[in-house]
Design a protein around this ligand. Structure first.
Ligand code: PLP
Length: 368
C-alpha cells in the first residue's frame, strides 16, 4: 500500500511565479543595461535612515531577535495613532497574508476577490483547501455588486486591494462605504493598502480606513514598507485590526517572524518621513511621464494610484514583453492574468532615466 505523503491540496496547487531574475536575462541576451520594472519595487534606493539603522544593527546578528519587538510596536502604533494591541507585524505583506489564511481558512471556506488582483490571496487560501471566488473587473473599476453578490454563508474573507495590483486603481470612498454597509459582520473585510503612502497623495484616495476598525471590528488593514521605503528585500509589513483578531494572528506562523535587520530597518524608516514624501512625489512624476507617453499612442490605462500602471497596448503582451526583454527592459505581461488581459501589461515607475529607457525601447519594438 502506498501512502500519500503530501498535502492533498498540493496536487492542484499553483504557486506564485516570480519574473525572470536580472542575472538570467543578462546571461541569456548578453546585455549591459537591464531595467527590471516588473515587480513594483522602489527604483530610487532604500530609505537612508533605514540603511543607517541596518548598519548599526549588524554586530547584534549573533542574537535572536525579539519575538515581540517592543520598541518597534510602540513607535509604529504611535505613528498610526492606534493601540499597540491592534498591531500585528510580519514578514512583509505576503508573510502576513499567509498568517491571515492560517488564522481563518478551514477546508471548504471561501474568499471573495476581484479579478485580476494580487494572487497571494488565492494561493494562501488554496493550500488550506479554501476556495477563491473571483469577480471580474467591470470597465476600469471594481464590480462591487458582483463582489457583494458573491458572498455566501461560506465566505470568510472579502478582499479589497486598494490600490489594486495589477491595475493600480482604487475602490472609491462611496464604494467602500457601501461595502461596509452591506458586507455581513461575520465576514472579515481585508483592505490591502500595501501602496498606501503613494496613493495617499491623491486627494480622492480613501485614506481613513483605520478608523473603520472601531465601527467594524472584523476588518484588517494591511500595509508594507517594501514599496514606500524601498525595503522589499528586508521583508516588513503590518496589519491593523481589532485586538481580538490581532491576538489570533500573532499565534500562527513561526515565533520569530521578523529578523533583526527588518526590525532595525522598520524603526529607521518610521523616522524617514522626508524620504517617504520625496519618493511619493517622484513616483507621481514618473507615472505622469508614462501616462503622457501612452496618450500619444492612444493606449488606455486603469487610473493608477500606485507605483505601476496597467495598460492596454492592443498588442500581444507576450511578444511585447519578449521584445522589450531582449532590449533590457523587464515588464509584466498581461497574458499571465488570463485571456481577457492578453494585450495589457504592467510596468513599475522608476527614475526619469529609466522611464526614458523604457520609452526608447518601446519605440524600437513598435517599429519592428
Ligand atoms: C497588493 C499587494 N499586497 C501585498 C504585497 C506584498 O508586499 P510585501 O510582501 O513586499 O510587503 C504586494 C507586493 O507586491 C502587493 O502588490
Amino acid at each position: 500500500m502506498t501512502k500519500e505523503l503530501y498535502r492533498r491540496e498540493l496536487a492542484q496547487f499553483k504557486p506564485y511565479v516570480q519574473g525572470k531574475p536580472i542575472e538570467a536575462v543578462r546571461r541569456e541576451y548578453g546585455l549591459d543595461r537591464i531595467e527590471k520594472l516588473a515587480s513594483n519595487e522602489n527604483q530610487f534606493g532604500p530609505s537612508p535612515k533605514a540603511l543607517d539603522a541596518i548598519r548599526a544593527e549588524l554586530p547584534e546578528l549573533i542574537f535572536y531577535p525579539e519575538t515581540y519587538p517592543f520598541d518597534l510596536m510602540k513607535e509604529l502604533s504611535q505613528m498610526l495613532g492606534i493601540r499597540q494591541e491592534q498591531l500585528v507585524v510580519g514578514s512583509g505583506g505576503e508573510g502576513l497574508l499567509w498568517q491571515v489564511a492560517l488564522t481563518f481558512i478551514n477546508e471548504g471556506d471561501e474568499i471573495v476577490v476581484a479579478d485580476p488582483t494580487f494572487d497571494v490571496y488565492r494561493i494562501a487560501t488554496s493550500i488550506l483547501g479554501g476556495k477563491t471566488v473571483q469577480v471580474p473587473m467591470k470597465g476600469l473599476g471594481y464590480d462591487i455588486d458582483g463582489m457583494l453578490g458573491a458572498v455566501n454563508e461560506k465566505t470568510k474573507l472579502f478582499f479589497v486591494c486598494n490600490p489594486n495590483n495589477p491595475t493600480g486603481h482604487v475602490a472609491s470612498q462611496a464604494e467602500l462605504d457601501r461595502i461596509v454597509r452591506e458586507l455581513p459582520e461575520d465576514v472579515v473585510l481585508f483592505l490591502d493598502e500595501a501602496y498606501y503612502e503613494l496613493a495617499a497623495v491623491s486627494p480622492d484616495y480613501p485614506k481613513d480606513n483605520i478608523a473603520l476598525i472601531g465601527r467594524r471590528p472584523n476588518t484588517l488593514v494591511l500595509r508594507s514598507f517594501s514599496k514606500t521605503y524601498g525595503l522589499a528585500g528586508v521583508r516588513f509589513g503590518y496589519i491593523i485590526t481589532s485586538p481580538d483578531i490581532a491576538q489570533k494572528l500573532g499565534m500562527v506562523g513561526p515565533s520569530f517572524k521578523l529578523n533583526r535587520l527588518a526590525i532595525a530597518a522598520a524603526r529607521g524608516a518610521i523616522e524617514d518621513t522626508e524620504y517617504r514624501d520625496w519618493y511619493a512625489a517622484e513616483n507621481a512624476k514618473a507615472r505622469q511621464t508614462l501616462l503622457d507617453y501612452y496618450q500619444t499612442k492612444g493606449w488606455v490605462s486603469f487610473p493608477s494610484y500606485s507605483n505601476f500602471i496597467w495598460t492596454d497596448t492592443g498588442l500581444d503582451s507576450q511578444r511585447f514583453f519578449e521584445e522589450l526583454q531582449k532590449r533590457g527592459v523587464i515588464i509584466r505581461p498581461g497574458y499571465l492574468w488570463g485571456e481577457r488581459w492578453k494585450t495589457w501589461f504592467r510596468i513599475s515607475t522608476g527614475t526619469p532615466e529609466q522611464m526614458r529607457f523604457f520609452i526608447d525601447k518601446t519605440e524600437e519594438v513598435l517599429a519592428l
